[in-house]
Ligand binder design. Sequence first.
Ligand SMILES: Nc1ncnc2c1ncn2[C@@H]1O[C@H](COP(=O)(O)OP(=O)(O)OP(=O)(O)O)[C@@H](O)[C@H]1O
Length: 275
Amino acid sequence: MEILNIEAIRIPTITDIIDIVILAYIIYKLLVLIKGTRAMQMIAGIALLFFASFLSGVFHLNTLKTVIDSTISFLPIAVIVLFQYEIRKILARMGTYSFIKNHESIEEHIIEQILKAANMLSKEKKGGLIVIERGQGLGQYIETGITIDAKISFDLIINIFEPKTALHDGAIIISKGRIAAASCLLPLSSNPHLPPHFGTRHRAGIGITEETDAIAIIISEETGKISFAKNGTIMHYKDKSFEGMKNHLIGLLEMENKKGSKKNLLGKIKEAFKK
Ligand SMILES: Nc1ncnc2c1ncn2[C@@H]1O[C@H](COP(=O)(O)OP(=O)(O)OP(=O)(O)O)[C@@H](O)[C@H]1O
């Protein structure tokens, strides 16, 4: 009896190896992506269904197996419905793929103007929310606000966030090195793990970075704290020095500025999966 069919075994080619490496990478990223999320629980549930189907087959529980198998056949639709938000987000990020570097990316002196304004707002305990567009266009959020289309300056930002003025509510969106609009409405994060004391300003700042690759600077009216949000994660800024803060923001934006020119489809897919 032939135990092993030697004929069927062939030396893997370079293409096979690349194929396997890509697949392994995608599976790894998917597992990282869903670790600790409701998707993980869903996968555990799906695995349980397959196991139950297998067991009912082994013990010839035919009716049970039929019911379980027909449930399994609906799984692809259920996954699309349940994860439509995540799928939409990944596709939107992939859709922003660009061969061309954004030459209008933000410059250092502009960052200084933004941070000087953030510091002033913080000192005076005036709330502020500034969103910086990166690779992914923020047109749909810009449309919710009032068009400004002006050069970025300390004075303008301070004026916009002056309490009780017409434009102070909502966010400023910086696009292509200019203040595109003010009073913009951002999506609120629904992350259940955010501290309950986070109000709508912080949730909006985090929300826009969950939906897009933008960076948000949040200045708390209550505490004067300056925070940065990226990829749905918020970082309270501890180093009070201006240079430290500037380098931090440059660091957050650097991916776009330095790697922007090299950003390829794989990079976009990687970024989409990062979340
Ligand atoms: N969807 C939104 N998009 C943009 N800005 C928003 C949105 N919702 C609320 N804001 C802004 O947040 C302000 C209210 O902030 P709120 O006090 O609820 O939040 P917070 O996170 O506790 O901030 P703070 O620490 O400044 O009090 C609103 O006046 C408005 O300017």
